[in-house]
Design a binder for this molecule. Structure first.
Ligand SMILES: [Zn+2]
Length: 238
């Protein structure tokens, strides 16, 4: 299975950036306008991003299930449980990722923080600043806060997505191996420069589940397992 995650994540981040940039003036105005009355990020922006993210996770789940079914159908085995497994783990991923994202946005849109950003911006200015200079400084400070929140959301989403989807695949592969009465798998890496050396050395080797570090088990690992037949296991002398 080649990595189907990255292209989807890239598309998502691009779309999200577009929504943020299209709405940035509105977000910044909202944040600095009247901090004491602020409650939330404009709901329409937050909702757009959330539904975009949920679509991303749905697409991932769908593609993963399709790939799993292809593999199962090759030897006329079919489950159904794999759908449930993916749906569950992916939903957990959606939940935690959207929570993280909301938290990041709320950090800059709570009245208290918005006021703090405004106060800090003013504090830095010389006493004889003009009204225009003060307004510009406040606007810049809020712009920067929005950028930082977007950046930190992006990296949270990316690492949570990679880790949740990877973990789903790990559970599926392991469960499926046992369902077939097998105990082994072939370790595969993504074959790029980000693969950690200790995993690169395992690429292509046949290994037993439950012995030592398992494929896809450690945080951020993008490696995956391939099914191996009983014959292949015997040929490898295992
Ligand atoms: Zn790895």
């Amino acid at each position: 299975m080649s990595d189907i995650r990255q292209p989807l994540i890239d598309d998502f981040l691009e779309e999200m950036n577009k929504i943020i940039n299209d709405n940035k003036n509105r977000i910044v105005k909202h944040a600095k306008k009247n901090p004491d009355e602020l409650e939330d990020l404009p709901k329409s922006v937050e909702n757009k991003i959330m539904s975009l993210y949920e679509n991303l996770m749905d697409d991932l789940a769908e593609q993963l299930v399709e790939k799993a079914n292809d593999e199962l159908n090759q030897d006329n085995k079919s489950g159904g449980w794999e759908d449930a497994l993916f749906t569950n783990t992916v939903l957990v991923g959606i939940y935690y990722s959207t929570q993280t994202m909301r938290d990041n946005f709320h950090k800059i849109h709570s009245a208290q923080v918005a006021r703090q950003i405004t106060n800090d911006a003013i504090k830095e200015l010389p006493e004889d600043s003009t009204k225009k200079e003060i307004d510009t400084a406040i606007e810049d400070a809020h712009n920067e806060a929005v950028d930082n929140a977007v950046e930190s959301s992006k990296s949270s989403i990316e690492s949570l997505t990679v880790s949740e989807v990877g973990f789903s695949y790990y559970l599926l592969a392991k469960a499926e191996t046992f369902t077939r009465g097998l105990n082994h798998y072939r370790w595969r890496t993504q074959g790029d420069s980000r693969v950690r050396p200790t995993h690169a050395s395992k690429d292509g080797t046949i290994r037993k589940w439950g012995v030592g570090e398992e494929v896809g088990e450690s945080f951020g690992c993008r490696c995956y397992s391939e099914f191996v037949t009983a014959e292949e296991v015997a040929e490898a002398g295992l």
